[in-house]
Design a binder for this molecule. Structure first.
Ligand code: BGC
Length: 727
């Protein structure tokens, strides 16, 4: 059964009840699963819930086939940006770049293509997308795999990515569940947060994932409130399976299972990879059989695990004949690079453009500086799982990667452009300041490319064990820019980064005229950069996180021991707004080569105060997803070139709600507009978007009173204000 949407892509604007929960399909899937279950021996069942072991199958995770019900050897494979270890696959852009586009159609298409490539390789379960880490720690190593620290944007991206992947016929995995916000001590630490923060921040995007019909959820390495996330009754049985009505199965992260009985009772449904990974012991398989025989685990619990796993397989339609055989060498790239280029390009955020230095128009002499301007001389895939910061940076490191089929670095793409324009292009890719003056002086402009990298903690790169040690540019990037800007008054800084970098040193340099936040453009990063630098497309990305003036302005960093999340609801812009801290570039910020005006805000609302009352469907109480108010705004491209604007809607809850962040993103709409053209941004607010989580009644409540509705170009550039009043 395929997940389908009820709305044409072209009309997708803000999140509404667009991806309908496929309850009837789940019903069909469950009845097929129940019929198959009846034919299985206990041993068959154990085989379905237990991975075959590390390196004992063609994929990073595998379970044994059950021929009696035509159930295949299941292939579970990383990653959220492509088929890991595939040899003829696309290296899609990381999640954070997709978020940075704020473009629902591109995010959806990225998911579709990811799913198509995975299916083409015979993968049944693709291990993505990522909503944990959410990104409360700017230095957190894996934030780039996910969609940034706002739960609403992350939720939209999760929903669209999952719908895309599963629509292409592959099972998606929402990971890592939950409160897995750092690499430091990830497999020993305990995380804890208050109930309201859990619901309003960390659980929120997983609810959207469940609503999108996600087949599986991967529980994380850490403990939650002193209990391992993979045997945590509260987070798995209560929150995920009961409150959110999750129909699929919970799989463990690789070796995140710690007990046989505790995990079974606590809500785990499939153990991965089996588990003899990194010296781990096998906890299910024969041990689960013994536990059932001795009555410590009921057979009905095992039946539930199996039913969930089989139902997900049926739900996605993988029982249909002709599923491709497992072949990680399958040629599946198609024209998917077009999506990579579009996401890489439209995720680029223009931060500064003094005197309109950009776009470049056929400069006579151009200088290019930085080791990140070129591909790693040892080859784009020279470092396993991208575990080095050598050469241009298109993704972070770890399991969340794929091999590049090719990698277009800035130098490659600029060379082509320079040849077409008759521009003399000089290059210094040494990262040293020794000869840089002679390279850049006399050039019409000097482009310097700097990086900041991070990844998964099993690899340490330049002393960074996953999480970043600081928010400074790598490879003495500040000093490099200083040297360039001292010798060239038209310096353009290009930042390839996994997340926020402190830019104060760079911005203080009078020679720096432009800052282009290139993010992580994967295989097409050079081409995407040239598209923006030369203005074939106007920049339209907006920051999916806050760039602070100082690292200490952020509310949290990875901690060595346990983390009780003292910052609560106040992460990223919620913290800066609440504490009145001026960021350097606020959440949602991004410049364009054109300008946009906002006018004519309209609000229609039938929102009423009170608790959610709907029945539980995948995602939570059904009425939470009803549209209760619609806001429209006219956006006009008032400049002289075509461009796209991401209009953002922020909600301020009335005073009757408990103390809340001053503003929270609850809608966005990206409009492409020709010069002089106008369009209507439409924001459909769901009941949940106007609710807070009430810890007493354990329910979402729409508070009574006047809601502030602000629409603008960023979280701080709010152009139009209105109110919605509930009684
Ligand atoms: C990561 C997961 C990944 C798994 C399999 C773990 O280390 O946390 O994200 O899916 O490995 O490679």
């Amino acid at each position: 059964m395929h997940l389908t949407t009820n709305i044409a892509l072209a009309t997708i604007g803000t999140l509404t009840a667009k991806v309908q929960a496929q309850t009837t399909d789940w019903t069909t899937a469950y009845s097929k699963a129940t019929a198959s279950l009846a034919q299985l021996s206990l041993q068959d069942k154990i085989n379905i819930v237990t991975g075959v072991g590390w390196n004992d199958g063609p994929c990073v995770g595998n379970t044994a086939a059950v021929p009696s019900i035509d159930y295949p050897e299941l292939c579970l494979q990383d990653s959220p940006l492509g088929v890991r270890y595939g040899t003829n696959v696309t290296a899609f852009t990381p999640g954070i770049q997709a978020a940075s586009t704020w473009d629902i159609a591109l995010i959806r298409q990225r998911g579709e293509y990811l799913g198509a490539e995975a299916k083409g390789c015979g993968v049944h379960v693709l291990l993505g997308p990522v909503a944990g880490p959410l990104g409360k720690n700017a230095q957190g190593g894996r934030g780039w795999e996910a969609f940034g620290p706002d739960p609403y944007l992350t939720g939209v991206a999760m929903e669209q990515t999952i719908a895309g992947m599963q629509g292409s016929g592959v099972q998606a995995t929402a990971k890592h569940y939950i409160l897995n916000e750092q690499e430091l001590n990830r497999d020993t630490m305990s995380s804890r947060t208050d109930d309201r923060t859990m619901h309003e921040l960390y659980l929120w995007p997983f609810a959207d994932a469940v609503r999108a019909g996600v087949a599986s959820v991967m529980c994380s390495y850490n403990q939650v409130n002193g209990t391992w996330a993979c045997e945590n009754d509260e987070t798995l049985n209560q929150l995920l399976k009961t409150e959110l009505g999750f129909k699929g199965y919970v799989m463990s992260d690789w070796d995140a299972q710690h007990t046989t009985v505790g995990a079974a009772v606590g809500g785990l449904d499939m153990t991965m990879p089996g588990s003899d990974f990194n010296g781990g012991t096998i906890l299910w398989g024969p041990q689960l059989l013994t536990a059932v025989d001795s009555g410590q685990v009921s057979e009905s619990r095992v039946d539930d695990m199996v039913t969930r796993i089989l139902a997900s397989w049926y739900y996605i339609g993988q029982d249909a004949p002709g599923y491709p055989v497992i072949n990680l060498a399958a040629a599946v790239q198609d024209d998917h690079k077009d999506n990579v280029r579009a996401v890489a390009r439209d995720g680029i955020v223009l931060l500064q453009n003094t005197g309109g230095i950009l776009p470049l128009i056929a400069p006579k002499k151009l200088a290019l500086v930085g080791s990140a301007a070129v591909v790693n001389p040892a080859g784009p895939n020279a470092c396993t799982d991208r575990g080095c910061d050598t050469g241009t940076l298109g993704m972070g490191w770890g399991s969340g990667t794929a091999n590049y089929p090719y990698l277009v670095a800035p130098y490659d793409a600029l060379k082509t452009q320079a040849a077409a324009d008759g521009t003399t292009l000089s290059l210094d890719s040494s990262d040293t300041t020794t000869n840089v003056t002679s390279t850049v002086s006399g050039a019409d402009a000097a482009i310097v490319v700097i990086t900041a990298d991070s990844g998964e903690g099993y690899i340490t790169v330049e002393g960074n064990a996953g999480d970043r040690n600081s928010l400074d540019p790598w490879h003495s990037g500040n000093a490099l820019v200083q040297a360039v800007a001292a010798a060239n008054n038209n310096t353009i800084v290009v930042v390839q980064s996994v997340g926020p970098v402190i830019l104060e040193t760079i911005l203080a340099l009078p020679g720096v005229k432009a800052v282009v936040w290139a993010g992580l453009g994967s295989q097409e990063s050079g081409n995407a950069l040239v598209d923006i630098l030369y203005g074939s497309t106007s920049p339209s990305g907006k920051l999916p996180y806050t760039i602070a003036k100082a690292a200490s302005d952020y509310p949290s960093t990875p901690v060595p021991g346990n983390d009780s999340y003292p910052e609560g609801l106040y992460i990223d812009y919620r913290h800066f707004d609440e504490s009145n801290i001026s960021p350097r570039y606020e959440y949602g910020f991004g410049l364009s080569y054109t300008s946009f005006t906002y006018s004519d805000i309209t609000v229609t609302s039938n929102a009423t105060s009170g608790p959610a009352t709907g029945t539980i469907a995948p995602g939570g109480r059904e009425d939470l997803f009803d549209t209760v108010a619609t806001v429209t705004v006219t956006i006009t491209n008032s400049g002289s070139v075509a461009g796209a604007e991401v209009a953002q809607l922020y909600v301020s809850l009335p005073n009757s709600a408990p103390a809340s962040p001053p503003r929270q993103l609850r809608g966005f709409d990206k409009l492409s507009l020709a010069a002089g053209a106008s369009g209507t941004a439409i924001f459909n607010l769901r009941q949940k978007d106007l609710s807070y989580w009430d810890v007493v009644s354990q329910n979402w409540i729409v508070p009574k009173g006047s809601f502030g509705i602000s629409v603008g170009a960023s979280s701080r550039d709010l152009r139009l204000n209105e109110t919605i009043t509930t009684s």
